[in-house]
Design a protein around this ligand. Structure first.
Ligand code: BJW
Length: 221
């Protein structure tokens, strides 16, 4: 049985990472959604770098939860028949034991040098403008897909959805494309697991409501 699982911010909420649209909170007086754009970065790179530096540092304070662990067990059971696609830029799936995580919106643990185009693992801050270890320029930005940029590895996701038996969407509001359209690309059965019905809930064959730490282990077992 070929399964594609998509995760969003809701799966990490119970680990202590705030979601984008539930919190309604501001960061240094800015809507997080206004910070996650190339235009915001061009206008004020320091502000955007501090936003991501803070989120990168926060990763060290949180742990994967029961939902991340359940998906790692699912990978052990299904092997190559599972494609785990995440919109999240945290590393909680990997720390729960998932070996093959497809990060379509990039990763906080990676920096991208726009001068030499290299991407490399990164754990410290970027706001101070550290030199790129490869070319020495100070052109490192978070390796994150912002609005208007092209998500990573969409060909792999599209192929997997077109040949899957089941697509499961977990903890995402269904407001951001292309992930919001995956339910339409999926050939097989479709299931949503979310705290509340998402914007696309009625497009799924089944939609279950509740916290991810309850719904995901129950679905996997
Ligand atoms: C729980 C829970 C618990 C809470 N348990 N659940 C008009 C129409 C259609 C499209 C567009 C349009 N105008 C522009 C576009 C395109 C645009 C887009 O979608 N805009 C929309 C706003 C309309 N998209 C893009 O620009 C994308 N690129 C693109 O389309 O390129 C073209 C292309 C595509 C494909 C092939 C080739 C070319 C890029 C999108 C980049 C998104 N980037 C961000 C920020 C960067 C990452 C970061 O900083 O972390 O990614 S935006 C932000 O939203 C982040 C997230 O990954 C993403 C999705 O959010 P998510 O995960 O759904 O979180 P929330 O907060 O919205 O929802 C959480 C959910 O969890 C809620 O439902 C809760 O109820 C639930 N929940 N606790 C279970 N305990």
């Amino acid at each position: 049985m070929k399964v594609v699982v998509l995760t969003g911010a809701g799966i990490s909420a119970e680990s202590g990472l705030t979601t984008f649209r539930d919190s309604g909170g501001l960061w240094e007086g800015h809507d997080p959604m206004q910070v996650a754009t190339p235009e915001a970065y061009a206008d004020d790179p320091g502000l955007v770098q501090r936003f991501y530096d803070a989120r990168r540092a926060a990763l060290d304070t949180v742990e994967p939860n029961a939902a991340h662990h359940a998906l790692a067990r699912l990978e052990q059971a299904l092997g190559d028949d599972l494609l785990l696609v995440t919109q999240n830029v945290d590393d909680l799936h990997e720390r729960a034991g998932s070996r093959r995580v497809h990060h379509v919106h990039g990763s906080l643990r990676s920096a991208w040098c726009t001068a030499c185009d290299a991407r490399r693992e990164w754990s410290g801050p970027l706001a101070e403008g550290p030199p790129c270890p490869g070319c020495g320029s100070t052109s490192l930005r978070p390796d994150i897909v912002w609005f208007g940029e092209i998500p990573y590895g969409m060909d792999v996701v599209e192929d997997a959805l077109e040949s899957c038996d089941l697509f499961v969407s977990i903890g995402t509001s269904g407001l951001v494309y292309p992930a919001a359209a995956f339910v339409h690309w999926a050939r097989g059965d479709t299931l949503e697991l979310n705290l509340e019905p998402s914007a696309g809930a009625t497009d799924f064959a089944e939609s279950r409501q509740g916290p991810a730490t309850v719904l995901v282990p129950a679905w996997v077992e």
